[in-house]
Design a protein around this ligand. Structure first.
Ligand code: 13P
Length: 249
């Protein structure tokens, strides 16, 4: 399974800052992603074009948007379409991040519409799933993941599998400095693989990444866990030095 080493820059970096960070990252990595690994950077909309341009300096690197609206165009003030993302030079889109689910009220159904249109348009999709602390304490982990996966992937067929990745991001581990334990990560990733195998009626082909307080110090041990095919990094991806240590961990 290929490994995806992904950065989610959230609402950080102007286009000039994004460019500088990526050029330094490329330099630190010797202008290529490590063998068997791809680097993916989810940049703010206003930095997509500059990031896609700068990413040319890094072989095996790709740029993605952090969200999109599920329509090709229309009267949707403040939104961005999958065609606009593609035209910027980006090839991926992050869908269903917990900050959008919880701060902006996105439903599983709405997320499913985005996944379908993104794939139809030719974007690669990283679907984010994960439970809140309250859901975990209620023993609802399996049910939450099942609901999030089945509604997000409704109508998505096997042909889409090469263009899909899933990121498990427990909400309580995001930005808290406290990553999930090895046992928690392995349990959730095993559940996700079962759900994906059931949905697509085939053995695992979709990378499942872990996200939530990944740092240079814990990346190696997280990447060594069963069924972990990469990491999705927030805070520790903002500095090229720190992210390059994660990419090579
Ligand atoms: P942190 O790495 O800052 O915890 O953020 C994780 C995240 O939300 C990545 O999408």
């Amino acid at each position: 399974m290929r490994r995806l080493m992904a950065a989610n820059w959230k609402m950080y970096k102007t286009s000039a800052e994004a460019k500088d960070t990526l050029l330094l990252l490329a330099e630190l990595l010797g202008n290529r992603s490590p063998e068997g690994r791809e680097v993916l950077v989810f940049a703010p909309f206003t930095a997509l074009e500059a990031s896609a341009e700068a990413m040319r300096a890094l072989h095996g690197g790709h740029v993605g948007a952090q969200n999109m609206y599920p329509a090709m165009e229309g009267a949707f003030t403040g939104e961005i379409s999958p065609a606009m993302i593609l035209a910027s030079g980006a090839s991926w889109v992050l869908i269903g991040h917990s900050e959008r689910r919880h701060l902006l009220g996105e439903s599983d159904e709405f997320i499913g519409r985005k996944v379908r249109l993104a794939l139809q348009t030719g974007l690669n999709v990283m679907l984010c799933v994960g439970e809140t602390l309250e859901e975990r304490e209620q023993g609802a982990l399996a049910g939450v993941l099942q609901r999030q996966i089945s509604l997000a992937l409704e109508g998505i067929e096997k042909e889409a599998m090469p263009h899909l990745a899933v990121a498990y991001e427990p909400v309580w581990a995001i930005g808290t400095g406290k990553s999930a334990s090895s046992a928690d990560i392995e349990e959730a990733h095993a559940l996700l693989n079962q759900l994906l195998e059931k949905h697509f009626e085939t053995t695992r082909e979709i990378p499942v990444l872990y996200g939530g307080s990944v740092k240079p110090e814990n990346a190696h041990s997280i990447l060594a866990l069963d069924n972990v095919d990469g990491v999705l990094v927030g805070g520790a991806s903002l500095q090229a030095e720190s992210f390059s240590r994660i990419v090579t961990a």
